[in-house]
Design a protein around this ligand. Structure first.
Ligand SMILES: [Zn+2]
Length: 706
């Protein structure tokens, strides 16, 4: 049982992948493996236009007070549910009321906790992170209450929707240890509270990290003028380069001096090395103890119970099947990079970690005649964003209207109202926070802020935030997006649409509140639109003259260049998934640096760079993806099956888009993901799509494990 996650993740060192975090209000991110016999009827009532939850800057102390009030209100409602005399209990005044209470609580607190990731004020950001800890501890305590459990358990659902709510809710209680005697349950609750504290501290350390490396102009030779203009300057004139994504990637891609790239790389994989390594190792031991107390052999066994993958051995079979073909693909990619390095330096015998992105960029130019700096000129954010919303609008029958003068947490944040094109009804609201800021989460993420659900006979519309780190405008030049930025924006907006288009009646089952290994399906599906030639051209408009589209051949080169390093990228993704599973299938203290070193060696064929500490900034492992990182690859299988359908019907085919909206996105967790997908696809999703995408051979024994 979890509550409330984002999909934040720091970009993987050097090998950059989309691996965002979603701040889920997943009160029940479980996807109970139980019956589900049909979707609920879509809400037919009117839509509630609620006031937006963010109304202006918080004052110091206000977030703590509001979080405290929300907890008090929720506790009073829960006490009222537990106190209903047995003869007066109905499904609605027990399970229904429980769902409403937990969703009201999420609606009151998500806006507070998201401040931990976006507030420009360090005091407010700190209070936001503390509120997240409060919320997680509270939620754990709720699902540990035997009085509530016994009231809820004794109800009888009367239709498919009620049955789903009943099964998922009861499973969440039972997963949290309700079968234990009270003293052991109390012990588990205390351990979980400690764990939450460690996780919050780890995340806060990353968000508030101010690592910056000083470089002279000479040391940054090769880095484009546009990027240099965005770096801070020290009084002596040197450039201060942070480890935030746009800074980091500009240096790793373009700095000609390998010493510069090495310093940058080492700084990045040493962010919070001392503090966070210790916190992660402590968390792993606590998780082992909790899993053991709850009757599971390992934390992974505990986490996977109720997920789509079902158990540890299914996950390991899935990952292990990818190992040999992906390791081979990685070696082939690295051999290609070595050949390029030898052209620059005939004495070179190895490719170092800090060479990879740099050499890949050269490879894109040499083999694909592709220059990303030329590409970026055609993708100014102000031109791309409305066009991207237009693509989502066409597919899903909605439009995005910008609301001027809205209350936002930073002047560069935008707010959109999302409306149905058919009846103009408001579907929800989307905050768009595009650029890096001090104290802001450093990569890409999406967060729910208000959950969609039926309320008082109407539909209460969802509110979401897309939080990005696109290159900031500087010195009169607008924000010019890279292919990675485009892919990431489609990915996060994919999560946002999952939240926005929900029609699930219950807030605890709506939007992205689905199984962890399904949640990345809509997002990883939508990434692929950035790589469709027609879509890509339609998004473009050169910043000097926005009516000038990207030349077709440059767009095609950008798409073809995606193949550069795909084996390196996905073998890294596999290494991270294995690292996570090894941390969380252990039965004793874990030296995370050593396990990472062994795993890296096994997949990459070389040791990690001496003295680096990647686990200290692997934010997923302390942000809800523990024993869950495999979910990216697992969901990618589902996503690629969906994309196949769109490729067959047309990437902007509205009939198919609306079908995906109605049969998958709108459903939230009202049915299991596989059931929704099979309805949409008309067949079971197969892993062959992933092997095909990666250009690797599927081992005979590894037929469809998903
Ligand atoms: Zn994501």
């Amino acid at each position: 049982m979890v509550l409330f996650f984002m999909f934040p993740i720091r970009p993987a060192p050097v090998y950059i992948l989309i691996a965002c975090i979603v701040l889920l209000t997943v009160i029940l991110a479980l996807g109970a493996g139980c019956i589900n016999t049909g979707a609920p009827a879509p809400s037919s009532g009117a839509v509630t236009e609620k006031p937006l939850p963010y109304t202006g800057n918080y004052t110091p102390g206000e977030i703590a007070r509001l979080a405290g009030n929300a907890t008090e209100t929720a506790n009073a409602s829960l006490a009222a549910i537990a106190a209903i005399p047995p003869q007066e209990r109905t499904f609605d005044n027990t399970l229904g009321a429980f769902d409403r209470t937990m969703t009201d609580y999420a609606d009151a607190t998500l806006v507070l906790t998201v401040m931990g990731y976006v507030s420009p004020d360090p005091v407010i950001a700190q209070e936001g992170m503390e509120a997240q800890e409060t919320v997680t501890v509270f939620t754990n305590s709720v699902y540990s209450r035997k009085d509530l459990y016994s009231v809820l358990k004794n109800q009888s659902p009367e239709n498919a929707g009620e049955a789903r709510l009943y099964n998922v809710t009861i499973k969440a209680f039972e997963h949290n240890g309700l079968a234990l005697p009270q003293d052991r349950l109390d012990e588990v609750s205390a351990l979980k509270a400690n764990l939450t504290g460690l996780e919050a501290e780890y995340s806060a350390n990353l968000n508030s990290d101010t690592t910056a490396i000083a470089f002279t102009g000479d040391e940054l030779a090769g880095v484009p003028r546009l990027s240099l203009a965005t770096f801070d300057r020290a009084p002596n004139g040197s450039y201060l380069v942070t480890t935030k994504y746009p800074d980091y990637i500009a240096v790793m891609t373009y700095a000609t001096d390998s010493g510069t790239r090495k310093r940058m790389y080492v700084a990045d994989v040493n962010v919070q090395a001392v503090n966070n390594t210790k916190l992660l190792e402590e968390a792993i031991v606590l998780r082992e103890q909790i899993a053991y107390d709850l009757g599971y052999d390992t934390w992974a066994d505990y986490q996977l119970d109720g997920r789509m993958a079902k158990n540890t051995s299914n996950v390991m079979a899935f990952l292990n099947a990818l190992k040999e073909p992906l390791t081979g693909k990685n070696q082939a990619d690295m051999a290609g990079l070595l050949a390029i390095k030898k052209e620059l330096d005939p004495a070179a015998t190895t490719v170092d970690s800090w060479d990879v992105v740099y050499l890949e960029e050269i490879q894109k130019k040499q083999q694909y005649d592709y220059n990303e700096e030329e590409f970026r000129e055609y993708f100014p954010a102000d031109t791309v964003i409305p066009k991207m919303f237009g693509i989502f609008g066409t597919l899903y029958g909605v439009r995005f209207d910008k609301i001027e003068n809205a209350a936002v947490w930073s002047p560069d944040v935008q707010l959109y109202r999302v409306e149905n094109t058919t009846d103009n009804a408001t579907v929800g609201y989307l905050y768009l926070d595009l650029y890096p800021r001090d104290g802001k989460y450093s990569s890409f993420m999406e967060s729910s802020i208000v959950k969609g659900r039926e309320k008082n006979g109407t539909y209460s519309v969802p509110v979401v935030a897309v939080i990005a780190n696109c290159p900031a405008p500087a010195n009169g030049t607008p924000s010019l997006l890279t292919m990675y930025d485009l892919e990431s924006l489609f990915h996060e907006t994919g999560h946002a649409m999952h939240d926005l288009l929900t029609t699930a009646p219950y807030g605890t089952l709506s939007g992205t509140s689905v199984a962890w290994d399904f949640v990345e399906t809509p997002s990883q599906t939508m990434e692929e639109w950035a790589y469709d030639p027609q879509v890509l051209v339609s998004l473009s408009g050169r910043y000097t003259n926005t009516s000038e589209k990207i030349p077709q051949d440059l767009a095609e080169k950008a798409i073809a260049a995606r193949n550069v390093g795909i084996g390196i990228q996905y073998s890294s993704q596999l290494a991270y998934a294995l690292e996570d599973m090894r941390f969380h299938t252990a039965t004793g203290p874990v030296d995370v640096t050593e396990v990472w070193n062994e795993t890296y060696y096994e997949i990459k064929g070389r040791p990690i760079v001496n003295g680096t500490h990647q686990p200290a900034s692997f934010g997923h492992l302390m942000g809800g993806y523990d024993a869950g990182y495999y979910g990216y690859l697992w969901s990618k299988v589902y996503a690629l099956n969906v994309v196949d359908t769109f490729e067959r019907d047309g990437m902007t085919n509205q009939t198919t888009g609306l079908k995906f909206r109605n049969e998958v996105l709108s459903q939230g967790n009202m049915q299991e993901g596989t059931v929704l997908l099979e309805k949409f696809l008309g067949k079971e999703p197969g892993t062959g799509a992933l092997y095909g995408f990666l250009g690797i051979q599927q081992p005979q024994a590894a037929s469809d494990t998903t």
